[in-house]
Design a protein around this ligand. Sequence first.
Ligand code: HEM
Length: 128
Amino acid sequence: NGAALYSNCVGCHQANGAGVPGVFPPLAGHIPDILAAKGGREWLVQVLLYGLQGSISVKGANYNGMMPAYPQLSNAEIAALLNHIATQWGNAFPSGQSPFTPEEIQAQRNKNLTAQQVLAARQQLGLR
Ligand code: HEM
């Protein structure tokens, strides 16, 4: 399930989802901002499938690292993992949004994006 799959992430984003300031961005208090952005749901799936590399800013702190890709996880596993991080540490889906489905993950596969392209897509989200 999602909590067990979070073992893949805990070394960087930490058990409390707070990350490490300036090194690994927080997921706590941040996933809802991504989900609320137009295109944010699809983009979140792309981060897991293709990774993310380059300079970003999250809640006023800068990061310039490399988020590994997890294409080896199944659609059901990625859905469970995203549903976990979307609802932990006080996070919640924006009103009107439902949990991720495996079909939603499949829809982002075979796009063959690079981690740099995922960074470029992030810039379209208007995250602050
Ligand atoms: C970024 C989730 C594993 C390092 C992100 C972001 C998400 C995320 C959603 C995007 C944040 C944003 O752009 O606003 C996850 C999940 C993981 C995982 C669910 C487990 C499957 C890891 C691991 C590492 C890591 C193991 C370290 C080896 C990073 C870094 C960034 C990032 C450095 C920022 C990349 C950049 O600076 O461009 N992660 N992560 N993540 N993650 Fe992870």
